[in-house]
Design a binder for this molecule. Structure first.
Ligand code: SF4
Length: 95
């Protein structure tokens, strides 16, 4: 039997995402390399770029599957010019 899903926050008003994005056109960028037209903040993009270029994530081997998936997901970010530009513009640290 499936339990009824309860909202975590009560009285939460629904947000019209498209309207919000129209009002804040620079809040999110669309990643040209990740699948599914991923939209993320410039800071998140910079963080992904810096994390992807950390030496500890350089080798992909026989890790536990979640770590393997995480590393594979960062591969497009390693030499990404968009990520390099975002990393220069925003003061963030690698994850
Ligand atoms: S660094 Fe490049 S590939 Fe990675 S999320 Fe940013 S734009 Fe996409």
């Amino acid at each position: 039997m499936r339990r009824k899903r309860r909202p975590r926050v009560k009285n939460l008003k629904p947000v019209d995402v498209e309207a919000w994005l129209a009002q804040h056109p620079d809040a999110l960028i669309e990643c040209p390399h990740q699948p599914g037209h991923l939209k993320l903040t410039p800071q998140a993009c910079a963080k992904r770029y810096l994390t992807a270029n950390e030496p500890r994530w350089a080798n992909i081997g026989a890790e536990p599957f979640p770590v393997f998936v995480f590393k594979m997901n960062l591969i497009p970010c390693r030499k990404c010019k968009v990520g390099a530009r975002m990393a220069q513009q925003h003061d963030v640290k690698a994850a």
